[in-house]
Design a protein around this ligand. Structure first.
Ligand code: GDP
Length: 194
């Protein structure tokens, strides 16, 4: 089933120390209503059923260690619900290691907003080293689709980021998006080491 990726969720050290190397601070960006809170609750929910209780950090941020390609990685999901709030947006653009840039495939305005956010992000993060994935969420709502897969892919190509379509409602591809972030960071790390 689509929830099978949760098998790869391992643990969060009860001391609050990451078990998978230095934690990756991931920020969810996107217009209101695209599914950021839904993403976050899937992320938080993954730790329920496990014997680790201590994955909630100050300010309600969540930390989780997952396994990607046989290697563990620790992710801290930062809270940035209100991306219309200038200050919160500025702050998140300065503190993240990686970004999931969400839009809803049923809402063209949110797609345009994602492009704006990408441009703002590039201003804050001119370096090529910051992993960014453009995420077209709500792909279960096929009849309400306003943004095609090829438009999403083309936009990601223009903005030099990866692309994935997800459904938080169906829990489809949500973990793949987090895995994609980890893989991108590793690629960068490995190319630096080489
Ligand atoms: P946020 O404002 O970006 O945090 O968006 P929310 O996570 O609050 O989601 C807004 C609304 O869209 C809620 O009613 C969600 O249940 C719904 N929603 C989020 N993701 C999906 C999805 O993948 N498919 C469908 N059908 N609805 C979704």
């Amino acid at each position: 089933g689509s929830w099978s990726s949760s098998d790869s969720v391992i643990s969060t050290d009860s001391s609050g120390e990451p078990t998978g190397g230095s934690p990756i601070r991931v920020v969810l960006l996107g217009a209101n209503g695209v599914g950021k809170k839904s993403f976050a609750s899937i992320f938080a929910g993954a730790s329920d059923g496990m014997d680790s209780e201590d994955c909630e950090l100050y300010g309600g941020e969540r930390m989780l260690t997952i396994e990607v390609d046989g290697e563990t990685a620790t992710i801290i999901l930062l809270n940035t619900w209100d991306t219309e709030d200038e200050w919160a947006l500025e702050h998140s653009m300065q503190t993240g290691d990686a970004y999931l840039l969400l839009y809803s495939i049923t809402d063209r305005a949110s797609f345009l907003r994602a492009s704006e956010l990408r441009i703002t992000l590039r201003r804050h993060r001119p370096a090529q080293h910051t992993p960014i994935i453009l995420v077209g969420n709500k792909c279960d709502l096929v009849r309400c689709r306003e943004v095609s897969v090829s438009e999403g892919r083309a936009c990601a190509a223009v903005f030099d980021c990866k692309f994935i379509e997800t459904s938080a409602a169906m829990q489809h591809n949500v973990w793949e998006a987090f895995h994609g972030i980890v893989r991108q960071l590793r690629l960068r790390r490995d190319s630096k080491e080489a």
